[in-house]
Design a protein around this ligand. Sequence first.
Ligand SMILES: [Zn+2]
Length: 343
Amino acid sequence: MRAVKLVGHELIEVREAPEPRLQGDTDAIVRVTHTAICGADLLPFHGHTPGFELGTTLGHEFVGIVQDAGDAVGGLQPGQRVVNTSMTSDGSCSHCRAGRVTQCASRALFGYSGVYPRLDGGQADLVRVPRADRCLWPIPDDVSDEDAVFVADILPTGFVAVQRAAVGAGDVAVVLGCGPVGLMAVMCAVGTARRVIAVDGIGARRRLAMELGASAVEPAAAAAAVHDSTGGLGADAVIEASGAAAALTAALDLVRPQGVVSVVGAHFEPAFPLNNGLMFEKEITLAFAIGNPGRDRERLLAMIQEGALRPSRVITDTVALDEAAAAYRAFDAREATKVVLTT
Ligand SMILES: [Zn+2]
């Protein structure tokens, strides 16, 4: 079978790989039909994830058909169309038992071997899925593959960003960074907030945000836009979806007193110059969150069914799996906003 592998620094190759087999009775094998490239895939691509095992098959967002399932997999049948959770969880550790599934003691992220326990990803013809009953979920017939693939990771991430920001009816919410995750947050906040101000330096991404119902500005214009929308009070909620330290600094400046800054951008900087004086004076809440597809996917799939969400609107490029190397380059260069690979 074909598999998209990171084999060197910024070097993607589609290689022939052995077909995965069931390794335990809770495993399933999925024949992948659609798989997306995530911003998080660019971190090992650039060597920003110490320990990453080169040769790992990438990809933690996929949709496909169950091909085989172990004897202990009760909820799935071969032939079913399913979407994954980007991370696996065991359901039995203290964190899982308490509902903190994203902090599972044995969590693994598909396609992130070495950073997490070894687990090849879904940018391939076939993928082995451990703990398949927890990881895979059947896709309703009236939800397209292109919409469903967002339920694996970034739609739940945008959704939790809005939840943690406590965006309320009539609020002014700011979304910093209109990559795919930021656009999911825009989609989830529009309709609740009275105004969503989307901030990004790239015109194509601002246009997508506007199509989703936000007003969109360049970073240099964000402070004035927030001032004008709130009578100078500041934004009720700011969602930081870029992962840049400068965006987090901007978020803390844009939020109103007693407002919430909700961070879903992936941050790895070990030190950050937090202005404690400002945090105290303004009583700011700063919250970090990881999307939880296993908790939120049924609600999100239902919202897609109702027409309340259509995440596939942000797909800019649908590319054959064989063209993955060029697709990664285009995504990294921000010539593509969201890339879906098809087998
Ligand atoms: Zn656990």
